[in-house]
Design a protein around this ligand. Sequence first.
Ligand code: ATP
Length: 288
Amino acid sequence: MASTSVAVTGLVRRYGRHTALDHVSLGLTKGVTGLLGPNGAGKTTLLRILATAMSPDQGSIDLLGIDPLTARGRLEARRALGYLPQHPGFHPGFTAFEFIDYVGILRRITDRRQRHDEARRVLAAVGLSDVRGKKIKALSGGMRQRVALAAAIVGDPQFLILDEPTVGLDPKQRLRFRELIAELGEGRVVLLSTHQTEDVGALCQHVVVLAGGTVRFDGSPADLSAHAAGRVWHSDQRDPGAVAGWRTGQGSVHNIGTPPPGAALLDPTLEDGYLLLLDGDPALEEVA
Ligand SMILES: Nc1ncnc2c1ncn2[C@@H]1O[C@H](COP(=O)(O)OP(=O)(O)OP(=O)(O)O)[C@@H](O)[C@H]1O
């Protein structure tokens, strides 16, 4: 039986003198894995390598039992994976159906009838049956993103690579995407790169944190939250021991860091764990 997991070992990728991935090793199984990391962490580089859009300088990949670093394996891997890139390219004059049909041609579904059935199936899966005859340029940003997701699932790939699929979506659209990704994660290997810690908390069984080209965390969402256990508290004013603190909608300040004695501790969220994991790390610009 074909392997149902993906593993990378010792992946190195350099851009000139800059090392974007520095001996990255990780394993992915069925379900949704969230890939978190600050800007420039190397997430897109890792995803592009897994999608066979780029080669690593060193390391090996086992993609559902296929070695995509060989010429033959690359073709086989491309049929087994779906990729939603950070900036999907569309032909805006195409209708949604025409675009997906075209993706079907690229994916070598040669039988026209079968390809059209597949286009209808994936457009229905992302809830776009009603607008399949509309030109892509006439669709909203959220709908276009759904077209990109539909394109990624043509041919029902068993490994899905999603690069920040919810960027620019409004909260309702994001929820819709969450549902779709959760459904796709049932029975497939899904790697979801995102800056949205709430999406990871809501969707993922597994989280990997990448920063400065190395893996800083690899475990469950609960373990990432637990990283902040005893280090999250609320107070009236921002506490001096806090590395970050913000006033919440309830009026009190949510602090993370080193609490004072007797502080009113809170249950940490995944975001708290993530922020504390990377606290003081030069790779994390957002919290500095
Ligand atoms: N084509 C390139 N040439 C030179 N440097 C690059 C190139 N692509 C990426 N880099 C650098 O490699 C590092 C990793 O980039 P990458 O895009 O993989 O990060 P990322 O985690 O996806 O970031 P973001 O969240 O901002 O998309 C960054 O320092 C980036 O500037």
